[in-house]
Structures are given as C-alpha cells and as structure tokens.
Design a protein around this ligand. Structure first.
Ligand code: HEC
Length: 468
C-alpha cells in the first residue's frame, strides 16, 4: 500500500498530470447547464467508438481492390465478433453525424457562437466537414457495388465542375479510372489523414471551450456586448459557478454511455449493412444507394434540371459552407435567447423540413444515379437511321456508354470518346473494341462484322466540328 502510494506520488511528481487535469475538471461552469448541453460530448463518445472499432477493423481489412471485399466478408461472417464490430462502426458513424447535427442546431438556437466563441463555431464547422468526409470515404471502403459506384458518381459529379473538375475527379479516383489506386487513396484518407485532422481540431475545439468557458444558458433581454461580455461572464462564474466535475459532467457521462450502449445494442440487433454483390462495373443492374445521410443530397442532384446540375452540385455545399463560416462574423453580438430570435427557429425548421422531404424522396424512389446514363439520342448520334445510327445504338446497348462519355452522356471509367474520331483510325478503333484494354473488356466475340463496322463508323464521326 505504502509503495503504491509512493509510486503514484513519484508519477505525479514527474508528470504533473493530476496537477494539470484537476483544475480543468473542477473549473467552474455556469449553473443550470441542462441536458441541452450533452450533445457535443456525446459526439466525442461516438467518435471514440469509431476510433476503437476502426482500429480493430483495420487489423483485418485489406485495402486492396482485389481483396477488400473478401476481407470484409471474412470480418462479417468468420472473425470473432467481427459482425458486431462492423455494425458498431457503421451505426457509430450514423450516430456521430446525427449527434454533430443536433449539437450544431443547439449551438445555433442558443447563439452560443456569439462573442467570444466565434472560433469555437468555426472549428466546429471544420469538424462537421471532416465528419462528413469520413462517412463518405468509409462507405467507399466497403468496396462493394454501391461503394465503388459512389466513388464513380462522386468523381463523375466532380468532373463537371468548371475548370478544376478534372483535377478533383482524379483526386478522388487516384487516377483516370477507378481501380486499386482509388482504394489505397481512400484508405489513406479514411485511416490517417482525416482522423489526424479530426484529432487536431477536436483538441482545438475542446481547448477553446475551456479557454472561453461553457456558454451560459441564454436569457431573453440580456444581449451579448463584446465590450462587457467577458467581465460579466467572470463575475457570474465567480458568484454562481459550479464545478464542471461532477455538477455538469454527470449528465455528459450518462448520456455518453447511453449512446455507447445504444450503438452496441443496435449493432447486435441489426448488424452491419449487408455487403451487396462484389464490385463489377459491367453490372448494369446495380442500384446503388448511398448511406442515409447522403441520400438527400443525391435526391437534390437527381431532381434538379440537368443544365443546373454543375452549379448546384458544387455551389450548394459551397454556399452552405460559406453561410456557416460567415455566420459568427455577421452576428456575433446581441440577443442570444431563441425567444428573441424567432427566425432562428424558422431557419432550423425550414432546413430540417427540406432535408426530410428530400430524404423521403430519395428513400422511396430507388435513387437512380447519373451513371445510369441516358442513352445517346439521335441528335447526339447525328443520324436517325443508317449505319451511323445503328453504330450509336450499339454504343448504347453494349455497355460502352457505361464506361465512356460522349458529349456529356455516359460513365467515366474509360476515356471520354467525344472526339475519338480525331484520335484513332478505323483500324485502331476496331482493334481496341475487339481486344479491349487494361480496364476494358474485349468485344471480339460480341459483335458481327457488320455491327462492328457500324460502331466504328459511328465513332469516326466523333470529331471536332472544324476537322474533317
Ligand atoms: C468496363 C468499362 C468499359 C466498357 C464496357 C467499354 N470500355 Fe472502352 N475503354 C475502357 C477503358 C478503361 C479504356 C482505357 C484503356 C485501357 O484501360 O486499356 C477504354 C478505351 C477505349 C478506347 C480507346 C480510347 C482512347 O482514347 O485511346 C475506345 C475507342 C473504346 N474504349 C471504345 C469502347 C467501345 C466502342 C465500347 C463498347 C463496345 C467500350 N469501349 C466498352 C473501358 C470500357
């Protein structure tokens, strides 16, 4: 007993951990911090689940395009508790997104982002973005049909961005086409880069919370004035503050543990999402649907008119991000109480209702992604009968369209063929179609000579207008 105490004293003397942490635990916080305040720490609990289950999964997961699917099958069906782990990682991700959302709404409604906590809000916005990217990359790592098409769709969407589209598409795919490099890249982001950033920004976020103190529950008729706020806060804390531990923290603990138990139970009862068929880009029946928290966004993309797509697709998230970033700069003083800011309520309700409505649309109609490319029309083909028209039809019907884009229609697995007529001769085209390529199946046995000739004739018409 004596020696244990000695050892502890030695440890404390040489590290000073208790001296450093105790004041933080006992630092006074405003009284009456009610249950509203638990969502931030609950997000942290969910994040910790993600770290623990993620690291465990990483022991078995093989980030290689040929083995990822198998290794997930193994985790799901054979590894001890693998099913529960994958389930927890999946539901934990959902929980984290949900809790981050609620936390943000709470902070917004109580205007806790106002002076001097603008940086708390901004680091929070970064954390939100990182969390979303984690969700997206995680989904791709499932490397099944849905996963790889998510990547393809994302790249295809990004490819339409003016000017930098190609660059972003390449950045996502790790090259021109989807393949092994894509998965290695996504894996590195999901496991090293983004979690690293998350740790840094979570640390910064928590530091700021301690630095400025927890915001007091807002009172109507008590506006924030940067000139007097800090002094008022200090006096209030001196007079009425209660120690963070245990007075305020017990709620965080209870709610946090409830979240963990809930995730565990849901993972045991519902298990991880089923892996759909192994990835096969030639599979035309795939009906990929993204995870729930992305469905509303894909509904937006599916619903907007085609011409507007590229603006909304990139402009939408950009605008949302910009609004979130600018918010604390434009309104960092004045009333905090939601009772005096009825429009704040209105904005939250409106945002939730639109997301909800889009979400319902996305769930009901099996979301049809853009890679289910619309067939080339007679107008694009440039003929409505004859060999060239027939060739265009073959292009539509024999999966070419699925991998190749012509005049904006089609997939992006293979190169864009809009101007292929300028680049390749008849012979080269025939050879390519017969033999396929690195990532293209050979069609040698598929076409009759006549069909092949029509297809080549059609492709030869794909040229810049001024060349002949
Ligand atoms: C599974 C996806 C896929 C399908 C289906 C597919 N291709 Fe390809 N295609 C590719 C890829 C990938 C390349 C790039 C070369 C490589 O990887 O070897 C390519 C290359 C080509 C090229 C050469 C392009 C260049 O710039 O050199 C032509 C022409 C072509 N494909 C035509 C077709 C036609 C016609 C069809 C339908 C009969 C078709 N492809 C079906 C994936 C596909």
């Amino acid at each position: 007993m004596e020696s244990l105490k000695c050892a502890l004293q030695w440890f404390e003397d040489r590290t000073g951990l208790v001296r450093a942490i105790l004041p933080i635990m006992r630092h006074p916080v405003p009284p009456g911090s009610a249950w509203f305040y638990v969502f931030g720490s609950a997000t942290l609990f969910a994040f910790m689940i993600q770290v623990v289950t993620g690291v465990t999964l990483a022991f078995i997961y093989v980030p290689s395009s040929s083995e990822a699917y198998e290794s997930l099958q193994y985790i799901t069906h054979d590894a001890t508790l693998g099913n529960v782990l994958r389930g927890m990682h999946n539901w934990g991700a959902s929980a984290m997104i949900l809790l981050v959302g609620i936390h943000m709404i709470r902070v917004y409604l109580m205007a806790a982002y106002k002076y001097p906590r603008e940086m708390n809000w901004l680091t929070g916005v970064v954390l939100l973005a990182l969390t979303i990217v984690m969700g997206f990359t995680g989904q791709i790592m499932r490397w099944d049909q849905t996963a790889i098409w998510s990547a393809v769709v994302a790249a295809e969407q990004a490819g339409r961005v003016p000017f930098i589209g190609d660059f972003i598409a390449r950045f996502i795919l790790g090259g021109e086409t989807l393949g092994g490099a894509t998965l290695s890249r996504i894996f590195a982001y999901h496991v090293f880069v983004i979690p690293g950033l998350l740790f840094i920004f979570i640390g910064f976020h928590l530091y700021l919370i301690i630095q400025h103190g927890i915001s007091e529950p807002p009172k109507a008729g008590d506006p924030v004035d940067p000139k007097t706020y800090r002094e008022k806060y200090e006096t209030m804390i001196k007079r009425e503050g209660v120690p963070f531990w245990p007075d305020a923290m017990w709620r965080d603990m209870i709610f946090g543990f409830t979240v963990i138990v809930a995730i565990l139970l849901i993972a045991i009862i519902f298990g991880p999402p089923a892996l759909d068929s192994p990835p096969d880009p030639a599979n035309l029946d795939a009906l990929p649907a993204p995870d729930w928290y992305f469905i509303f966004y894909f509904s937006v993309l599916a619903l907007i008119p085609r011409g507007l797509e590229q603006y909304i697709m990139v402009g939408g998230p950009l605008l949302a991000g910009l609004i979130l970033i600018l918010l604390p700069f434009f309104s960092n003083r004045g009333e905090r109480s939601p009772l005096r800011r009825p429009w704040a309520f209105a904005i939250v309700v409106l945002a939730l209702m639109s997301i909800g409505a889009l979400w319902m649309i996305g769930i009901k109609s099996p979301w049809s992604p853009h890679f289910e490319a619309k067939p080339l029309t007679a107008k694009i083909i440039g003929a409505s009968s004859g060999p060239i028209f027939k060739g265009g039809q073959h292009f539509n019907d024999h999966a070419c369209l699925y991998c190749h884009k012509i005049s904006g229609h089609g997939g992006i697995r293979g190169p864009d063929l809009t101007y292929i007529g300028d680049r390749l001769s008849d012979d080269e085209l025939t050879w390519r179609i017969m033999n396929g390529g690195l990532n293209m199946p050979g069609f040698g046995g598929t076409f009759t000579n006549e069909q092949l000739a029509d297809l080549v004739a059609f492709l030869k018409t794909r040229r810049h207008k001024n060349s002949n």
